[in-house]
Write a new protein. Structure first.
Length: 178
């Protein structure tokens, strides 16, 4: 009988590593911002290469332009990490602002057709307020970005750890029935 791969001890180790990584993100915000800036630059560079490749097979000038712009922005982010780390909170705030405005608009649309809309409106307003604070205070923006990233990584790790224990129990039940 083949062992269920969901029961692997590596799932537990990965979760523990993620929890430690999240705590390190909180403990070293400056290094974390530099790492996020490099990661974003690398992702933009790779995305741009993908767009350029796609443009060559589809003969699309627009995809070529977008790809070249992404490659250019990715190289800027990767080669000028301090400037990139300083601008990350601005990108983060603009993303939150756009999401908040869309949630507010969606709430009013939902209200027109008698659907629940209060939580969406509240979430949108909180997003707009958070974006305002990030845009008006560089330190608050950096703190919010590091706190969000670290929290995400810790929660991801805790979920991986809990999945390991759940699947370990599940695998024992399956083995006992076999």
């Amino acid at each position: 009988m083949q062992k269920d791969k969901r029961c692997s001890i590596w799932h537990l180790f990965a979760g523990l590593i993620m929890v430690v990584l999240g705590i390190l993100i909180w403990a070293h915000p400056t290094v974390s911002l530099l790492g996020m800036a490099f990661y974003l630059g690398l992702m933009l560079f790779m995305l741009g290469c993908g767009y350029i490749t796609f443009s060559l097979t589809e003969y699309s000038g627009w995809y070529m332009v977008i790809g070249m712009l992404d490659v250019f922005m990715g190289l800027i982010f990767m080669t000028n990490l301090s400037l990139s780390a300083e601008t990350l909170p601005i990108f983060f705030a603009l993303w939150i602002l756009a999401s908040g405005v869309m949630q507010i608009a969606g709430a009013f649309e939902a209200r027109k057709i008698a659907m629940p809309w209060g939580w969406s409106l509240a979430s949108g307003v909180i997003g707009v307020i958070l974006a305002y604070f990030i845009l008006t205070s560089q330190q608050f923006g950096e703190w919010a970005l590091v706190l969000t990233a670290g929290t995400y990584v810790v929660i991801y790790g805790l979920i991986s750890i809990s999945e390991y224990f759940y699947f370990r129990h599940y695998c024992r039940l399956v083995e006992d029935k076999a």
